[in-house]
Design a protein. Structure first.
Ligand SMILES: [Zn+2]
Ligand SMILES: [Zn+2]
Length: 472
């Protein structure tokens, strides 16, 4: 008979660990385990508990917490995922037949009460330490990240994405809601190891609301590229209107102005950013002074000779409406000057390469592909620019769709490397050499999306289908 040691969330919910001096409940670091159904194994567990709690006998409701197991009692692949910074619901999964052995003697204080502080096993902060170490590593890495984004060639630090556990869309009701769910899990992951001072996301209304309500001490900023893209689209539409044709020459400059207004202002001065942005509407009319608010005069030099060459435009209500739009200005005041989300977007498009959307993968398959994408990304995200034999940097010219015939100059990077493949192969060979009991057990998969649907009787379904048509 095989022991079924399961960490069943519902059954252990709210229960306290029965070990002497330990009153742990389920938390981010501590998992709870019901006593095994297998009698022999259950007796072995009870015997261990009795070392520090005489005459105690388990019931079917008794639970022990993860603190009483040594590290090698847990499924390695799940632990590994936790160590590389991937938050999953179950990072602590017991191996089959694992027996709890960590039961420190409970120190008794003068008044004879249990003192829980001395009874905590030495390994208690293990998971937390590991996460902390990983976070510090990530932060150190993000300092050196330099990349180019959409339309400017500014060097910027990039945000780092750490939550790689696949979510099934039925867990949270659709892909739009998945973004919010992902954020919640990310915040839970960093809770108590990292104070999130500033968070940069795209303009997702629900996310903004959730952050406002749940993270009052966090400053929420938006990624510039997303806002610039939507302004660009609207500008393009205005250019097509009658009487607004001249605006076309300004289209890209207005977007560049948006980047400039944000990047060359201090983040704490949202008003200045917005006033700088608004000044563009007067600048294109050849008016460079007397703008309102904190930015009364254009930052450029006098345009005496150059002024005649430029194609200034006539005032249009459409442009004014777009530039001074209240919602837009509010968002522009919240644009991030330093951190952008392009690295995260880059990682997401890499996942698509490892797990194309046109195929269906099992949960484990999706998880493995996401992990592979993560390994590939970590190894290759900060590649240098390739150089010629003479030592000169190499570039290429591209004609992206969004430039509508225009070109962009891009750096050619050195070729990607795949050392992680060798590491994985070595790991697999090592695992194969171990006795089978020491190998990680199969991951538990959540039920598939279609399993939640009711399936009709096939014969009846065919009958109902056929009856819709008049057949002779
Ligand atoms: Zn315990
Ligand atoms: Zn000007």
């Amino acid at each position: 008979m095989e022991a079924t040691v399961k960490k069943t969330g519902g059954k252990t919910h709210g229960k306290r660990c029965i070990a002497a001096g330990c009153s742990n409940v389920k938390s981010a670091e501590v998992a709870m385990f019901l006593f095994p159904k297998d009698e022999d194994l259950s007796k072995a567990w009870a015997k261990q508990v009795q070392r520090t709690r005489k005459d105690w006998e388990p019931t079917k409701y008794s639970v022990l917490c993860s603190e009483h197991f040594t590290r090698d009692s847990f499924d390695e692949s799940a632990l590994l995922r936790a160590q590389v910074g991937i938050a999953t619901k179950r990072t602590l999964i017991l191996k089959k037949g694992a027996i709890p052995t960590v039961f420190p003697r409970v120190g008794t204080s003068a008044v004879g009460q249990l003192s829980t502080s001395t009874s905590r096993p030495a390994r208690s902060a293990f998971a937390m330490r590991e996460r902390k170490r990983k976070v510090e590593e990530l932060l150190a890495e993000s300092e050196v990240e330099i990349s180019s984004f959409a339309s400017t060639e500014e060097s910027m630090e990039m945000a780092t994405d750490t939550d790689m556990a696949p979510e099934q869309s039925n867990e949270c009701g659709g892909s739009y809601h998945m973004e919010l769910e992902g954020l919640k899990r990310m915040v839970a992951f960093f809770e108590d190891i990292l104070e999130i001072g500033t968070l940069v996301t795209d303009r997702h209304r629900q996310i903004a609301k959730w952050i406002r309500e749940n993270m009052p001490y966090t400053k929420h900023l938006y990624d510039i590229w997303h806002v610039a893209k939507s302004v660009g689209k609207k500008l393009k539409a205005i250019c097509k209107l009658k009487g607004c044709e001249d605006l076309k020459a300004w289209q890209h400059r207005i977007i560049n102005h948006l980047y400039w207004a944000v990047v060359f202002s201090t983040q704490d001065d949202a008003e200045l950013i917005v006033d700088k942005w608004k000044s563009v509407e007067r600048h294109v009319l050849n008016l460079h002074r007397g703008h309102g608010g904190k930015f009364p005069t254009c930052a450029h030099k006098r345009l005496q000779s150059r002024a005649h060459k430029k194609k200034w435009i006539k005032p249009t209500v459409k442009l004014e409406k777009l530039v001074t739009d209240k919602m837009l200005c509010k968002d522009i005041g919240k644009l991030s000057a330093v951190h952008q989300t392009s690295k995260v977007e880059g990682f997401h498009s890499l996942i698509i390469q490892f797990a194309p959307k046109s195929y269906v993968y099992s949960y484990t398959g999706m998880l493995c592909r996401t992990l592979l994408a993560g390994l590939h990304y970590n190894e290759n995200a900060s590649r240098h620019t390739a150089t010629t034999k003479a030592g000169e940097q190499r570039f290429k010219i591209r004609y992206p769709k969004y430039k509508a015939g225009g070109h962009v100059v891009k750096k050619i990077l050195v070729e990607a490397t795949f050392s992680y493949v060798d590491d994985l192969m070595r790991e697999v060979v090592d695992l194969c050499k171990k006795p089978s009991a020491d190998r990680p057990v199969q991951l538990e998969e959540p039920p598939t999306l279609s399993s939640a649907m009711e399936k009709p009787d096939k014969a009846e379904a065919i009958k109902a289908h056929a009856s819709r048509f008049k057949t002779k």
